[in-house]
Design a protein around this ligand. Structure first.
Ligand SMILES: NC(=O)c1ccc[n+]([C@@H]2O[C@H](COP(=O)([O-])OP(=O)(O)OC[C@H]3O[C@@H](n4cnc5c(N)ncnc54)[C@H](O)[C@@H]3O)[C@@H](O)[C@H]2O)c1
Length: 273
């Protein structure tokens, strides 16, 4: 023990995740991939999952087997598949500490034009996929007496953005699921929160600015980003890591007093100012 009065007092900052077992959905791209990498850098053993199994494997490969990363193909809308994956992770590691529900899709179309099949597809992945994983993980985590879940909403919950009704509704449902589950699981030591990111540069957003040859139309992207950048007090559009760091905070012990919350990594866009 040091008696140096200038030494920093107290324990190390509680952001490390050493030894914790984390499952990330949608880990093959964008925010999910960045989250898997950040959690692994903090010491977690990350199970990278994605409907695109090769993409999940690529993310796990970037982390490396020495860090305990593994990969699995998982369609979150497949309830039986979600339960099988989470139960096998918990059985194999003897624990499930962290679940990050990040997989998501978007379909565009005016309310008057939306096809029921498109509405179903978005709800099946974004809302029901999150629900399936939350339900299974909550059972495991409540039984073990600890755990942290982070779901992914969107800035769309705060606005009436034209032509993305299905997506906005699915994300609003994720918010309410998050709050309800947090209210039910807190007494068992399980915290449940969500992030609601603003515009983030990922494959999901880039596909709106692609030229016929598949390359990025920089002018179209700039035209779409400019008004949002102007609405941000920080003048920023997000990178996937900006959301991943918020998720990292929420699953860490630094957030032990935080549950049922919706954290908005969005450059301050939705903040009245
Ligand atoms: N990019 C943004 O501006 C933004 C803003 C707010 C919220 N979000 C949300 O963040 C999350 C991640 O989005 P992103 O921008 O990184 O998109 P992305 O397209 O880069 O990544 C989404 C990942 O989810 C996977 N996925 C799709 N359907 C799946 C399914 N049925 N089962 C499992 N995996 C599936 C995809 O294969 C992909 O790897 C989504 O929930 C999205 O709605 C994104």
């Amino acid at each position: 023990m040091t008696s140096d009065p200038t030494a920093p007092a107290g324990p190390a900052l509680p952001h490390r995740l050493d030894g914790r077992v984390a499952v990330v959905t949608g880990a093959g791209s964008g925010i999910g991939r960045a989250t898997a990498l950040v959690l692994a850098a903090a010491g977690a053993r990350v199970v990278c999952t994605d409907v695109d199994g090769a993409a999940a494997a690529a993310t796990a490969g970037r982390i490396g087997p020495d860090a305990g990363a593994t990969a699995a193909a998982l369609d979150v809308s497949d309830r039986a598949g979600v339960f099988a994956l989470l139960e096998s992770v918990a059985a194999g590691h003897g624990r499930l500490d962290i679940l990050c529900n990040i997989a998501g899709i978007i379909r565009t179309g005016r309310v008057v034009d939306v096809e029921e099949a498109d509405l179903d597809a978005v709800l099946d992945v974004n809302f029901k996929g999150t629900f399936h994983a939350c339900q299974c993980a909550a059972r495991i985590m409540c039984a073990q007496g600890r755990g942290a879940i982070v779901n992914t909403a969107s800035g769309a919950i705060d606005a009436a953005t034209p032509e993305i009704m299905s997506y906005s509704v699915s994300k609003a449902a994720v918010v309410q699921l998050t709050r309800n589950l947090a209210a039910e699981t807190g007494r068992y030591g399980v915290r449940v929160n969500a992030v609601a990111p603003g515009l983030v540069r990922t494959a999901m957003t880039a596909r709106h600015y692609l030229l016929p040859d598949g390359s990025l139309d920089e002018a179209a992207r700039e035209a779409a980003e400019k008004p949002l950048r102007r609405m941000s007090p920080l003048g920023l559009i997000g990178d996937p890591e900006d959301v991943a760091y918020a998720v990292h905070y929420l699953v860490s012990d630094a957030a032990r007093f935080v549950t049922g919350q919706i954290l908005r990594p969005n450059g301050g866009v939705a903040m009245p100012w």
